[in-house]
Design a protein around this ligand. Structure first.
Ligand code: SF4
Length: 284
């Protein structure tokens, strides 16, 4: 059995930068906290916890320790609360997420209602939504474009969760306009998709043309990892999403001559290497 790695996978620029910043901060300052997990990957979180970085879920839990904001970013209300307490803030928000936040603010300042395409419960989306003032709506699927509130302004700005697929975002924008064409006088579309994510998706599509089985490695809470699994399945490959090598079931490999491995943007290299080693063992 041949094992083929996707040409692009694993830690993206934003996650690598956030992890590096937190590792350096905890080395220099000692015990500190991060507001949420640094990335959606339990192995990375555990390693940082051992170094002294505890995860908190609410700003009220920060105490007087330095607080790291994760790559997904937060809304301005959270920053204000932290600043009011006087704690040191280490902001590792990915610059690409910061760009989405700035667009959300600018669109609403210019009088646009803001429609955001993505998961309303995802941390990045909750943070970006916080920067938009006035009319703002997060829509999770194309099927919900008819739910624009009655009082929604006719000038609409649209942006996307950074990890969405190009095809899904393009299709969403088309449907939004088609369904609401009588209510929208101006539509401004901001392409806030992350190039790192779209490159990994393109690499997964290419991988699916070479293999019949794809193992997608990454945290189950990681949106971009889940999207890779969706892309692989849509391409027709038998697909399994795992977090660690020990989840691989030998039976999955039966009948497959070529197996592909890809990984989400929050998956560290050592976890990918463990998966490839396990596949090599099972195919020996
Ligand atoms: S996937 Fe893109 S937007 Fe998200 S952290 Fe990585 S580089 Fe930034």
């Amino acid at each position: 059995m041949q094992i083929i790695r996707a040409s692009e996978m694993g830690f993206c620029f934003g996650v690598r930068r956030a992890v590096d910043m937190m590792e350096e901060a905890v080395r220099e300052r000692g015990d500190m906290v991060s507001l949420g997990s640094v990335v959606h990957n339990p192995q990375v979180v555990e390693k940082l916890r051992n170094d002294g970085l505890a995860v908190i879920t609410d700003v009220a839990q920060a105490g007087d320790k330095p607080v790291a904001i994760t790559a997904h970013g937060v809304g301005p209300d959270v920053i204000q609360v932290l600043e009011a307490t006087g704690v040191e803030i280490i902001d590792t928000t990915c610059p690409i997420v910061t760009r989405s936040q700035q667009w959300a603010r600018r669109l609403s300042e210019e009088g646009f209602a803001v429609v955001m395409f993505g998961d309303p419960n995802h941390k990045e989306m909750r943070g970006v939504q916080g920067w938009a003032k006035g009319h703002v709506l997060t829509v999770a699927s194309e099927a919900d474009v008819e739910l624009l509130p009655e009082d929604f302004p006719s000038r609409v700005g649209v942006l996307s969760q950074t990890t969405e697929t190009e095809a899904r975002f393009a299709s969403f924008v088309k449907k939004l306009f088609e369904v609401n064409i009588d209510r929208i006088s101006e539509l401004r579309v901001l392409n806030t998709l992350c190039h790192a994510t779209t490159s990994q998706q393109a690499a997964t599509i290419h991988l699916a043309s070479q293999v019949s089985l794809i193992i997608v490695v990454g945290g189950r809470d990681s949106a971009n990892t889940r999207h890779l699994a969706i892309v692989a399945r849509e391409c027709g490959a038998e697909t399994y999403h795992i977090e660690t090598a020990d989840e691989i079931e030998p039976g999955w490999l039966a009948g497959h001559e070529k197996v592909g491995v890809t990984a989400g943007a929050s998956t560290p290299d050592f976890v990918i290497d463990q998966v490839v080693s396990r596949l090599e063992e099972l195919s020996a």
